[in-house]
Design a protein. Structure first.
Length: 81
């Protein structure tokens, strides 16, 4: 436990919080610990398969509305039909 703290450059209380899934710890600290443990590649697998996260992300994107089309004039304004 002490070696992980030293190598990840975090305190023991922070490592304890990480071990218990405390959301107040920054994602950077989680990544440092995963790097020390040789598990950073596993993080990429989790992100790749996160369908729920991708759906939530897509729902939060702004929905753009197109402006109504302008009617085009057909021909010369001086000419009468």
């Amino acid at each position: 436990m002490g070696k992980v703290c030293i190598r990840a450059d975090i305190s023991r209380p922070t490592l304890y919080k990480i071990e218990h899934g405390d959301p107040s710890v920054s994602i950077g600290h989680y990544v440092h610990v995963l790097r020390v443990l040789g598990l950073v590649e596993e993080l990429a697998c989790i992100v790749k398969e996160d369908r729920t996260g991708r759906r939530i992300q897509a729902e939060s994107l702004p929905h753009r509305k197109r402006a109504p089309r302008m009617k085009r004039s057909t021909g010369d304004p001086d000419a009468e039909a």
